[in-house]
Write a protein that binds this ligand. Structure first.
Ligand code: G3P
Ligand code: CA
Length: 255
């Protein structure tokens, strides 16, 4: 498979920790990476954006309001976009207290710090989050990940993924979908060298997995947290399942 660096305990879909093991640690932090490793995830999914001074950092939302104490630290900028802050400013924020008192002091990591934390221990599924806001970001991510093994880059923005594939043809590329991809979209993806199709789990069934496989691509799906959903999705033959609860998924797959 494209995500091949980690030691997989058995057959079946790869276990991907969504934003890290985000049910048990603050999302998109090094603590969530450590928790994903502790829960034996094969890979970790993260969301990448860019600071005002050009650093690649991990944040999911368009603003910092939900996952940090930005309202306390920068009261007039609580709803400013992530890209309006420098890395030094982001470093002042607590990205853990919102989740639990025990997570206080977690910081927003850079992409480089996060990949270093996982190196050789789990693979990485990098989502370019809202990349239209960050022109050229895909080329910077390609440069940052150059030569790294066990990495897939994906986005809902398929135009940006076409540009990424030109910048880094050797890195496996994924297209995210909100709904069920059409045959035309799957043909388009295959024609652009996409290797991973990643729709929301509600639309995934064995027929879709077969349609994707017939075009030489793999299917992943997000975000599957309920054990009954995990069982149904695993039975479709998907190649990877993205979950906030890697340990629960491991248990379901073992049963
Ligand atoms: O990996 C796919 C999934 O993360 C996409 O949704 O909103 O969690 O980034 P979201
Ligand atoms: Ca994501």
């Amino acid at each position: 498979s494209a995500l091949a660096d980690s030691d997989r305990p058995g057959p079946g879909p790869e276990v991907v920790a969504h934003r890290g093991a985000s049910a048990d640690a603050p999302e998109n932090t090094l603590a969530a990476a450590d928790e994903a490793l502790a829960q034996r995830a094969d890979a970790v999914e993260i969301d990448v954006q860019r600071t005002a001074d050009g650093h690649l950092v991990l944040v999911h939302d368009a603003t910092l309001a939900r996952t940090t104490d930005v309202a306390q630290v920068f009261p007039t900028r609580a709803n400013a976009p992530v890209g309006a802050f420098t890395l030094a400013e982001l470093r002042r924020l607590d990205a853990g207290s919102w989740f639990s008192p025990a997570s206080a002091g977690e910081r927003i990591p850079t992409l480089g710090e996060f990949t270093d934390r996982l190196r050789g221990r789990a693979d990485l599924l990098v989502e370019l989050k809202g990349p239209a806001r960050y022109p050229g970001m895909e080329k910077e991510v390609a440069y940052e990940l150059d030569g790294r093994r066990g990495v897939v880059v994906q986005s809902f923005d398929h135009d940006v993924m076409r540009s990424f594939a030109e910048a880094a043809p050797e890195v496996p590329a994924g297209w995210l979908f909100d709904g069920r991809p059409t045959a035309a979209q799957l043909d388009d993806a295959a024609a652009h060298g996409v290797t991973q199709i990643n729709p929301s789990f509600e639309v995934v069934d064995a027929a879709l997995v077969a349609e994707v496989a017939a075009r030489g691509m793999q299917t992943g799906t997000y975000t599957v947290d309920d054990p009954d959903d995990m069982r149904r999705i695993a039975a479709t033959g998907v190649d990877r399942i993205i979950t906030d609860r890697p340990a629960v998924l491991r248990t379901v797959l073992a049963g």
